[in-house]
Write a protein that binds this ligand. Sequence first.
Ligand SMILES: NC(=O)c1ccc[n+]([C@@H]2O[C@H](COP(=O)([O-])OP(=O)(O)OC[C@H]3O[C@@H](n4cnc5c(N)ncnc54)[C@H](OP(=O)(O)O)[C@@H]3O)[C@@H](O)[C@H]2O)c1
Length: 264
Amino acid sequence: MMGYFSDKVVWITGASSGLGAELAKQLSREGARLILTGRNAAALEAVQQQCQTACKILPADLEKDATPELAAAALAAFNQVDILINNAGITQRALAEDTLPEVERRLMEINFFAPVMLTRQLLPHFRERKGGQIVVISSMAGLMGFPLRTTYAASKHALKGYFETLQVEHTIPGFDITIVSPGRVNTPISLNAVTASGAAHNQMDEGQANGIPVADCAARILKAMRRKEKHVIIARSERVLWWLRKNISPLYYTIARKAGMKHS
Ligand SMILES: NC(=O)c1ccc[n+]([C@@H]2O[C@H](COP(=O)([O-])OP(=O)(O)OC[C@H]3O[C@@H](n4cnc5c(N)ncnc54)[C@H](OP(=O)(O)O)[C@@H]3O)[C@@H](O)[C@H]2O)c1
């Protein structure tokens, strides 16, 4: 039976680990053809081997290689891209005043500029084909601040602002954008988080260890894509904090500080 994803070509960034790898496996089970991007080619190959449908790897460092040439290579893989999932990202575990400027730029390059650059390269293709879909993996930290993540939160707020505006202004028929704001998900993201100097945090934080199972998060994202939801929040206690932020903000400031600073 033909489903929403059958035969669609989906380009996933950050497909070598965590949420991106899980999205690849679930999309393959749904019949999608895949293009997998990340730096770690061996890890991409391992994910490729677990996919049952046509799957190509396109290794790239999105800090510097989110270029027209990379988008052209993705388009050449199957002669079309139906869906781009801007998922690659790194987080932060450092106080603002300690974080080196080059580390802040790195966070912005990977988390914000790379999705913008890849999206811009695909828009003419979507216009020509009268359709296409972009998924943007933001974060609850794209809706409110959380300690030790100033530039991470800034990059995710920037993503939300850019893609929400694109949702409102674009004129491409059949083109949809889904913005995803997950709370903590059980992936290795905290191990890969940058500290003030740029070195890896290398610790599995409690929040991630007890976070939403990655398979549940990916399944909810697929559902949001099928329904063409404009914005989806996938969170547990972060949802309460977000409610407090909007409705009883003094409590948000106290609780976020207490919860977030304990790892500093
Ligand atoms: N886990 C959570 O609690 C959580 C919560 C909210 C939002 N998110 C968001 O979810 C997305 C996926 O994160 P995750 O939890 O799955 O973390 P993860 O397991 O650390 O995966 C991050 C992915 O991003 C890729 N990546 C990092 N730097 C890159 C670069 N310079 N060039 C290309 N690819 C790069 C990594 O691939 P390589 O190492 O191979 O380059 C990896 O595949 C991120 O955008 C993150 O901000 C996660």
